[in-house]
Design a protein around this ligand. Sequence first.
Ligand SMILES: [Mg+2]
Length: 319
Amino acid sequence: MRILIAEDDAVSRRIIEAHLHKWGYQVVTARDGNEAWQILQSAEVPRLAILDWMMPGMDGVELCRKVREEAKEPYTYLILLTTLNGTEDLVTGMNAGADDYLTKPYNANELRCRLRAGRRIIDLQEELITAREALRAKASHDQLTGLWNHEEILRILARELARGIREGTPVGAIMADLDHFKAVNDDHGHQAGDAVLRESADRILSLMRPYDAAGRYGGEEFLFVLPDCNEENTAVMAERIRSLLGRDPVKTPQGRIPVTVSLGAAVSGPGEVDAGSLVRAADQALYLAKSKGRNRVEFGGVETVRTHADAAIQGERGL
Ligand SMILES: [Mg+2]
């Protein structure tokens, strides 16, 4: 673990540094508050900092305050160094955001214990962040395929539509449904069905640009969001998906299973379009693709949504 020592007194600084090295810590030092602040803002922030209270430039308390104002993650554990019988008010230091303090002259064992306490807090916080991120991923992803789940892909579509309106760019939406998927489950079992869904998702992901989004919309239904894609680009992508999914049968423990997919596409703009309208248009086109014999791409027309202002005016006129 890397620790920052900010201390203007060279002797004191070297003594702490020597101790920390002996205990296996990596050390970065600062000779005044401003230098310490630079280090605390760098990309690789030390997880623990020992800050002298009295320093030229920014003092230790001000550093604590600024670090806490930024409220960055991961958390930096802050230990203030004070002088015995000094004028420093500990309450001020702790209120500014220090986690602990040490009075000079301190003994080495005391410093070592305080550092251990700090490490425990940092480790706990790391576990919490990991757990939170895992929960977040679970809440937004489909467990089987790893694609975005239903709620998240709709949220992404709404976000991209808002961006598209702002930037005057179209957004493509493709709804895809594996053909005769029920038969896969019925004939080969659910394990094979799951393998087909996973492999289909992997193939689709291999076609997406980094800023495209792919979600599992329902059972064997997928929704793709393609920012800044007009009808032509969207049609190309839909055709690529259709062609790649149908090219080679999916290998499953139950044998090789041929797969085809039907796709419905729709593109937003010009004019304001909401996520629901775009999905409906893509869904209708998908329905058409199914009824025309499956394993094909169809396009749907999008109704432009009336803005609230339009609706209000027309309401007033009794239209
Ligand atoms: Mg000092």
